[in-house]
Structure formats: C-alpha cells, structure tokens
Design a protein around this ligand. Sequence first.
Ligand code: DGP
Length: 113
Amino acid sequence: MTQETIFGRILSGEIPCDEVYSDKHCLAFRDIQPQAPVHILIIPRKNIHKLSDATEQDQELLGHLLLVASKVAHQEGLEDWRTVINSGEKAGQTVFHLHIHVLGGRVLQWPPG
Ligand code: DGP
C-alpha cells in the first residue's frame, strides 16, 4: 500500500512535489525542508517502510536507488555530495517510506548529529 505515508501520496500524485527524476522503480524530488542548497529525496515506488525492512529480493532495487542518487547529484552539478538513509525513529526517520537523502552544494560536517 503506497498510500500509507505522505510519500505514498506523492507517488500517487495526490500531493505535488518538485520532481527531478522519475522512472518505473523510483521517484526523486526536492525535500520540502532542505538542509543544504541541494537536498533531494529518492523513494522507491515499492512501499518499503525502512531500510531494515528490505530483503534480498530488494537487492537490485536498492542498487538502482544508489545509482539514481549518483545520477541526480550529477544532474544538479554536484561534485561532492552525501547520501543519508535514516532507518527508524531513533535514527531520525520521520516518514516511514524508505528514502535516500542526497545533500550537497555546501561543505558538509562529519559526524552528523
Ligand atoms: P527523514 O527524517 O529521513 O524521514 O526525512 C523525511 C524528509 O521528508 C524530511 O527531510 C522532510 C521531507 N518531507 C516531509 N514531508 C514532505 C513533503 O510533503 N514533501 C517533500 N518534498 N518533502 C517532505
């Protein structure tokens, strides 16, 4: 069920987004609360709640999402950038539909909070 979360509603077209990339497996759009000049979210069309729920069956999909991360970073003209996946509430996940953050356009500190 992709309608369960706000990202499911974005996937179904019910809620608009600032789309930067789309294919049959995933959608990428700008984060509504950007933490960097470029902040994009990549979500699978398949509703996986969090990374720890992914199984071996999702191996190809997960690899695809990372390649799309690289593609959109390149599309945005980023040379250096970071991907983040928060898995679970204590890790900062607020939307329970798996998503990859792509952040760039400024110097990023390490470690994150
Ligand atoms: P996380 O904390 O890892 O679950 O990240 C969720 C991100 O989703 C957070 O950076 C804000 C973003 N977000 C939440 N609601 C919306 C929305 O309706 N549209 C867009 N574009 N981003 C959203």
